[in-house]
Ligand binder design. Sequence first.
Ligand code: FMN
Length: 173
Amino acid sequence: MDVSEAIRTRRAVRSYADRDVSEKTIQELFESVRLAPSARNDQSWRFVAVTENDRLGALYDASFEQRAVDEAPVVIAGISTTPTDTMRCGIETGPVDLAIALDHLSLRAVEMGLGTCWIGSFDQERVTELLDVPAEWQVIELMTLGYPDGELAPVEKDRKPLADIFGFETCPK
Ligand SMILES: Cc1cc2nc3c(=O)[nH]c(=O)nc-3n(C[C@H](O)[C@H](O)[C@H](O)COP(=O)(O)O)c2cc1C
């Protein structure tokens, strides 16, 4: 599978087969995360893969009882260790770095027959406590992971036309 096909095939998977994801597979996925770029190559991030049932159940509660979190055999947390750092453009590095890293993961997952769903709707304090994240760090995003219940195939996506969002030279309005 090439990158273009992985991009077209990835979709938010909220329903998962009753099948575990092996530690070896999870570690292979994180090799793609490890190679992701970051601002100043700081790599000021940590990642946690939650697989134990009790902790998964607590994460389900802490993310407002979403189906994807209920069904997924693995929930990943992307954590910034420097959440107040900014680039010279004034934008925080943490959310940018973590989004790139987890996007690497989501595309590599497709190639390996796995599905993911970004989870930004969660209680920061409860997840921080549950995963024993130091108070000065910040959980940027959660992501569910598992084998999809159903086929993963390129889908027509509900997206704005290119002409609305892209232009040469100046910003399209
Ligand atoms: C930053 C971010 C946060 C998201 N948070 C949630 C979430 O909390 N729960 C959920 O079910 N989907 C969540 N999503 C998934 C989006 O709803 C989904 O990606 C979007 O509708 C496009 O659909 P697609 O991923 O199937 O292409 C999130 C996506 C992103 C990028």
